[in-house]
Design a binder for this molecule. Structure first.
Ligand code: OOB
Length: 531
């Protein structure tokens, strides 16, 4: 495995192979098999209606792969990819797999303060962006900053107008060596809890299992028309089952540039979309909009909701408002996926976050001492399995804290297991805010706040919010005059912090409440703001 990654112990690897979860195939078979079996079926539809068959997508990916090689990219090198939901994302994804180049999948919302550390940590040799987004944000401007700050980035490729950079490289297809299925295929970003980003290595065979098994448990088939409403670079929309799962099943992927009801409903009607995946605030938006918008949503059979807790009350209204079934998904880029099953009783679909995807997923619920709780009691979810990472990339010290000595990943999520095996997510012990599915590492935001000249100390906590689940509250102890929220967010933007990480509220205190051992009590702060 790539240096800096933690492999599965051989004993478990042998078990996962023997039980058929790891097939020894490269991830790219998702496309090559489809192109061989049904070349003329539509694989991909862009928002503007442009479409590609499996054969066309396959050829496009091969040409891009040859282009990447001709541009000097070598197997094992890392490239930070930051693209919106455009068809080039899909073709390039497969091109990278073919060239053995490892994409590091950043989100379109990320800015300098996220992208530069990612390039540094991964020693990325290239950076791929779109020219601009719908709001007019120019990613080439970001690329200029990134290239100055991260000298490992030799090349910038641009989808659209390249300016002084390069267009996506393309060349006549060449034959390329097959990658080792046990090695890294791509890097996902962790939601994170610390001041620095964490990269999640996903291997060919673990991610192939992830996509195929999720597709199967979600009932995906050749008739599936999957709307990518969340960012394609996020594990939910990419492979859980997401666009890779739809392709694995021989279905069609439809790309939505944004998850608004206007955009999504038009595409659902036009492309007869059968399934999509959204975060809870988007589900709420769609349910409200369905009451007054008149697009035909009758093709929609299933709405997958995850990324943050979807409460039972709105969950119980999905069928009546959108006319489709609900599947709750509790997943993580680190691996473990839980799904409610299509044949579960409504009660479980509405009140639980599903049960583990794989029979070989090991789930432990432990108390503060790390001891298993009594059945049905709540505690921290620990997990290991055939598609759950064994360590973050180049993060030895952090790994020592994030994993138990026998390799269980400490999720930081507080859950309770029902007799049926379904999990109910009850909370979190990790220092992170989950703002409608978007994850904000508290320490990272606190470090940015501490850089403000008027800030003496900073502590960031979530505050309950009906739509987003939580919003972000920054508690500050200041020197001299307190800055306003507007000043603080302007300061953070100036530092290149992604918009979704900006605090929603500022509270100034004389001093922070402390725990018995003298640490800042976030529990007390969270209680205070909730009140
Ligand atoms: C998904 O992945 P990430 O990596 O953005 O975030 C993972 C974290 C989990 O540890 C948990 O804290 C939270 O997001 N979460 C949920 C949840 N789904 C995720 N909390 C409560 N209820 C849920 N249904 O968010 C992700 C990855 C793949 C599929 C779905 C979601």
């Amino acid at each position: 495995m790539l240096h800096g990654c933690v492999p599965w112990p051989e004993e478990l690897a042998a078990k996962y192979r023997a039980e058929g979860y790891w097939t020894g195939q490269p991830l790219d078979v998702l496309l090559t098999e489809g192109a061989a079996a049904h070349p003329d079926r539509v694989a991909l539809v862009a928002a503007d209606g442009a479409r590609w068959t499996y054969a066309e997508l396959d050829t496009w990916a091969s040409r891009l792969a040859a282009g990447l090689v001709a541009a000097g990219l070598r197997p094992g090198e890392r490239v930070v990819v930051q693209l919106p939901n455009v068809p080039e994302f899909v073709a390039l994804f497969f091109a990278f797999l073919r060239a053995g180049v490892l994409p590091v999948l950043a989100l379109p919302a990320h800015r300098e303060s996220e992208i530069v550390p990612l390039c540094e940590l991964s020693e990325a040799v290239a950076y791929v962006v779109a020219d601009s987004d719908d709001a007019g944000y120019d990613y080439r401007e970001l690329a200029r900053t990134v290239q100055k700050a991260a000298p490992s980035v030799r090349q910038v490729f641009v989808v659209g107008e390249p300016a002084e950079f390069q267009a996506l490289p393309s060349a006549s297809p060449i034959s390329l060596p097959a990658p080792d299925p046990a090695d890294v295929a791509l890097f996902l970003l962790s939601g994170g809890t610390t001041g620095t980003p964490k990269l999640i290595p996903r291997t060919h065979q673990d991610y192939l299992y992830n996509a195929r098994a999720s597709a199967s448990v979600s009932g995906f088939s050749a008739d599936t028309r999957y709307l990518v409403a969340l960012p394609a670079a996020h594990n939910f929309a990419l492979a859980s089952p997401g666009l890779l799962g739809a392709l694995a099943a021989g279905g069609t992927v439809v790309l939505a540039p944004d998850p608004s009801a206007d955009t999504a409903f038009e595409l659902i009607e036009r492309e007869r979309v059968t399934v999509s995946a959204v975060v809870p605030p988007v589900a709420l938006l769609w349910m409200d909009a369905a009451e007054f918008m008149d697009e035909d949503l009758s093709s929609l059979r299933l709405l997958q909701v995850g990324g943050a807790k979807f409460n039972a009350e709105p969950a119980s209204r999905v069928r009546a408002t959108l006319g489709c079934d609900l599947q709750q998904v509790f997943g993580m880029a680190e691996g473990l996926l839980n799904f409610t099953r299509l044949d579960d009783p409504d009660e479980l679909k509405i009140t639980t976050q599903g049960r583990p995807l794989c029979p070989a997923d090991e789930v432990l619920v432990v108390d503060e001492e790390g001891d298993p709780v009594a059945p049905g009691e709540s505690g921290e979810l620990l997990t290991r399995g055939p598609y759950t990472l064994r360590g973050y990339y180049r993060a030895e010290q952090h790994n020592a804290r994030s994993f138990t000595p026998d390799g269980f990943y400490r999720s930081g999520d507080v859950v309770r297991v029902l007799p049926s095996g379904h999990l109910v997510v009850e909370g979190r012990i990790k220092d992170q805010i989950n703002r409608g599915g978007e994850k904000i590492p508290a320490e990272e935001l606190e470090n940015h706040l501490l850089a403000h000249p008027a800030v003496h100390d900073a502590a960031v906590v979530g505050m309950p919010d009906e739509v987003m689940g939580e919003r972000t509250c920054a508690f500050l102890v200041v020197r001299g005059e307190a800055p306003t929220l507007r000043e603080v967010t302007a300061f953070l933007r100036e530092r290149g912090v992604a918009a979704y990480k900006l605090p929603d509220r500022l509270e100034v205190l004389d001093r922070f409440p402390l725990t018995k051992v003298g640490k800042v009590s976030k529990v007390a702060l969270a209680k205070r703001i909730a009140g």
